[in-house]
Design a protein around this ligand. Sequence first.
Ligand code: SAM
Length: 202
Amino acid sequence: MIEEQLVGRGIQDPATLQAMRLVPRHLFVEDAMRARAYGDHPLPIGAGQTISQPFIVAFMTEALKLHEDARVLEIGTGSGYQAAVLSRMCRRIYTIERIDSLLSKARKLFDRLHYHNIVSRIDDGTEGWPSEAPFDGIIVTAAGPKIPEPLIEQLADPGIMVIPVGDHYTQELKLINKKNGNISVKTIELVRFVDLIGSHGW
Ligand code: SAM
C-alpha cells in the first residue's frame, strides 16, 4: 500500500507515510473485508458509509501540512481510520460523526490502540466545534454543496482546510488556505465522497 499506492503516486510527506505505516487499517474495516483492507479502493463500513481509499486519505492528510503541535478538526469520523492517522502526526484530533453506531465502534478502537489524543462527539459537524476552535487544520471527509461558513470561521490563521464540494456524484477537493486574514480556495483533485448531511451541508 505505502510503496505502490502512495509513494508511487507522489505522496512524499514522511510524517503522512509513517503514520499510514503505523495504523493497522485492517482493524478499521468489517471482519469480512479484512483481506481487502489494504487494497486500492474505498470499502463499506456499515450504515451506508465508507472508509476512503488509502491514496485519498494520504493525499488529504499531506495537503494539511501539519506540524507535531497541530490541533485538527475532522468532520465524518466514519471508521475512525483518518482520525487515527492524524493522531500519529499531531497533538490533538477533534472528530465529529453523526451516526452513533459508527462512532461507538471507532471509539472502542481508539481505546484499544491507545490513541488517547483523539476526542470525539456525535453532532452535526457542519457547525464545527466552536468551543475548541480555532483549528490549525480542518478535514471534511464527506461532500456538501458548499464550504460550511462555521468551518471557515473556526480555521486558525494560518490554517488549512480540505473539503470535497460538489453534487451527489462527483466533487472537487478544495484546499482552503487562511493566511494574514486572507482566504484562498483552490481545487486540488476530483473525488467522490458520501453526502455531508447537516445545516450547512445537504
Ligand atoms: N473519515 C472516515 C474514515 O476514516 O473512515 C470516512 C468518512 S465517510 C467517507 C463520511 C462520514 O461522514 C460518514 O460516516 C457520515 O456519517 C459522516 N457525516 C456526514 N455528514 C456529517 C455531519 N454533518 N457531521 C458529522 N459526520 C457526518
